[in-house]
Write a protein that binds this ligand. Structure first.
Ligand code: FES
Length: 653
């Protein structure tokens, strides 16, 4: 500890850090590896990053006085993103303030498009004739005769004479074809020569780098085993056109993205990176630490060594992919939001700092634009969007809503800033889909029923419930299409008594009670306020306007959409009828045509790990997808204004 530093101890973990006076508690917590929930990205507006400090913190700021009650302030409750360290302190971290490990993480996906299983990594067992007087060819020529031409790095070349002789010229060559796109194939490279026959042990890891969560799978690349299995199971399938199934998936893992300790959203990560080289390396080290940990977990679960992982493939939004590589994302933080690189990348995994096979490669999906990244390319690839028979929409709902339309053979992608309402931010009692969150609301036989994650008393509501409540309020005439909640004294005739009693006045405006003081887990009522509904209108309106513009430009009537595909974590937890009732999904589309697709970002990463065709296809899809910049679109503001009005009550089934 330097002289000017003071000690901060976090309880109940007991972790200690030494920081300078004036450091925000949020940063001190990050230093102690404590990841706090920060839905507003540390702006002091969501009030979710609460900690309890007995003494030693600075005076409460205006934001804290605004967001916390006098009793809370008296009890030492502080906002970690506002309060700073003034002296040695002990801080209590309430479980609800943690970006908890029980956060819902979507790992699975729906069945994928047929994929040729043809990985770029392969193994070949050889038994070479040892050199003698009749055949004094050099070692590499001897090997090339058996496996064909290859390149070799100096490091391995130095080791080859000894390795060949130690193995009595018998062993397994590990080869990688550096396929990235049509123009950049550099042929096979020998990356290892292993003693004995190890042909059956060949693995890759595919990773979805989400802003909040990481998800990964360990894949068995043993082509021969996969071929035999598919032949046995599927009978007629041709070995070169196999269905990518769960069978080659040996283990699955997920965890929070450790970068969340530097901020919840993409923008706060970019701001941290803008602090300079240290900021970028903080973020890069954090993501590598998370991925390395996950690869270790996957390998342990499958009983293999991390050195047997010969390739790692990645899919994420543009900022996440750049940060993985330690590339400054500053240009993504302002107009015109330019990525450092659009095409896919193939890099030595060790250069990224990953602990896998020492000559393994890391393959990153290509991106379409600053806010339409590799995860969207994965979505297009994994859902087979571009081979659909009719106009189809792919929607990934999050803080940014990414929308891709396939119509008349053309792919057009757009990104809309939906804001963090669906993540629970800027919603009075909003929270992420974690323990204690009301995640589902439904009115049955005149009574409102709420599902709470973890089967505990509710402490707030998450995005899916926000949509549910708004849809129910619209259905029961308690919410106008303009988004106004009825006043207690102006309820429509015949309002259900259970709903009527839930309309109350909050700060001079009507609000809806989801759980009363006695029902909630906080001692205070869980409310949905007029302001919350406004936030929902803004979030929904942005995505709806983006969809409207894409459809209008392509001349596609929403009623003629062949399918609407919902991707990503949030999309898979919303109810179709309610999303349609509030206009988030075009109401004209029949329910069976709205399909959940699971984690398509991970599915895309899996596909490029097992198939060189998928890798080429990803590059081609990214290249041919037109990026529509809605921020510069003259129609957007008008469409946004229109989309703020909730649709009429005609519901389609
Ligand atoms: S108020 Fe601190 S993160 Fe939102």
């Amino acid at each position: 500890m330097r002289e000017t530093e003071v000690t901060v101890t976090f309880q109940p973990s007991g972790r200690t850090v030494h920081v300078l006076r004036g450091t925000r508690l949020l940063e001190a917590a990050a230093g102690a590896q404590i990841v706090l929930d920060q839905p507003c990205g540390g702006a002091g507006t969501c009030g979710k990053c609460r900690l309890v400090v007995a003494s030693g913190a600075s005076k409460p700021t205006e934001a804290e006085i605004d967001r916390l009650t006098a009793e809370e302030l008296d009890a030492g409750v502080r906002l970690a993103c506002r309060a700073t360290v003034d002296g040695p302190i002990t801080v209590d971290v309430p479980p609800d303030s943690l970006l908890a490990s029980h956060h819902k993480i979507l790992v699975g996906g729906s069945p994928l498009s047929p994929t040729s299983i043809d990985p770029t990594v392969r193994k070949q067992y050889v038994e070479l004739r040892p050199p003698d007087r009749d055949d004094a060819a050099d070692d590499l020529t001897r090997l090339q005769r058996a496996i064909g031409p290859f390149r070799i790095g100096l490091e391995l070349l130095r080791e080859m004479p000894a390795r060949l002789r130690a193995a009595n010229f018998r062993g397994t060559a590990v080869l990688v074809d550096s396929v990235l796109n049509d123009r950049e194939s550099t042929g096979a490279e020998l990356i290892d020569f292993e003693p004995e026959n190890t042909e059956s042990q060949i693995y890759a890891v595919a990773i979805d780098i989400g802003t909040t969560t990481l998800a990964g799978v360990l894949i068995d690349l043993n082509h021969r085993a996969n071929t035999e299995r598919a032949k046995t199971e599927c009978g007629k399938l041709q070995p070169d056109r196999l269905q990518l199934d769960e069978g080659n998936q040996l283990a699955v893992a997920s965890r929070l993205n450790p970068q969340t300790r530097f901020g919840d959203d993409v923008l706060s990560r970019i701001l941290h990176a803008q602090q300079g080289p240290q900021g970028i390396s903080d973020l890069q080290e954090a993501i590598i630490e998370g991925i390395d940990g996950m690869i270790g977990e996957l390998a342990a679960a499958a009983g293999i060594r991390v050195e047997q992982v010969y390739e790692v493939t990645f899919s994420g939004n543009t900022t996440m992919q750049q940060l993985l590589c330690g590339i400054d994302p500053s240009a993504l933080g302002g107009v015109p939001f330019v990525p450092a690189v659009g095409r896919g990348l193939l890099l030595p995994a060790t250069e990224l700092g990953l602990h896998v096979h020492p000559r393994a490669s890391a393959c990153l999906l290509p991106v379409i634009g600053g806010f339409v990244g590799g995860d969207t390319v994965s979505g297009i690839l994994a859902t087979g969007l571009a081979v659909n028979g009719g106009p189809t929409l792919l929607i990934d709902i999050g803080t940014n809503g990414e929308i891709v339309l396939f119509a008349d053979g053309k792919l057009t992608a757009a990104s809309t800033a939906a804001g963090p309402a669906f993540e629970g931010a800027r919603i009075l009692h909003g929270m992420r889909g974690t323990r204690g969150a009301i995640e589902k609301v439904v009115v049955i036989e005149g009574q409102l029923h709420a599902n709470v994650i973890g089967d505990v008393r509710p402490t707030g509501l998450c995005g899916s419930a926000l949509i549910d409540v708004a849809a129910e309020l619209l259905r029961h005439g308690l919410l106008t299409p303009e988004g106004r909640l009825c006043h207690t004294d102006r309820l429509p005739d015949g309002t259900l008594p259970d709903l009527a009693r839930r309309i109350v006045s909050h700060e001079g405006h009507p609000a809806f009670v989801l759980a009363s003081e006695s029902e909630s887990g906080t001692g205070g009522a869980v409310l949905l306020t007029q302001r919350d509904l406004r936030e929902l209108q803004l979030a929904t309106g942005a995505i709806r306007a983006g969809i409207a513009i894409l459809l209008r430009r392509a001349g596609v009537d929403p009623a003629y959409l062949k399918a609407v595909l919902l991707a990503g974590g949030f999309g898979n937890f919303i109810r179709r009828s309610n999303a349609q009732r509030i206009g988030l999904i075009p109401p004209e589309v029949p329910h069976p045509q709205i399909r959940y697709q699971g984690n398509t970002s991970l599915a895309g990463a899996r596909m490029i790990a097992v198939s060189r065709q998928a890798r080429l296809a990803a590059e081609e899809l990214a290249h041919r997808t037109e990026h529509l910049d809605l921020s510069r679109d003259v129609e957007f503001q008008t469409a946004f204004g229109e989309a703020m009005i909730f649709p009429d009550g005609n519901e389609h089934g």
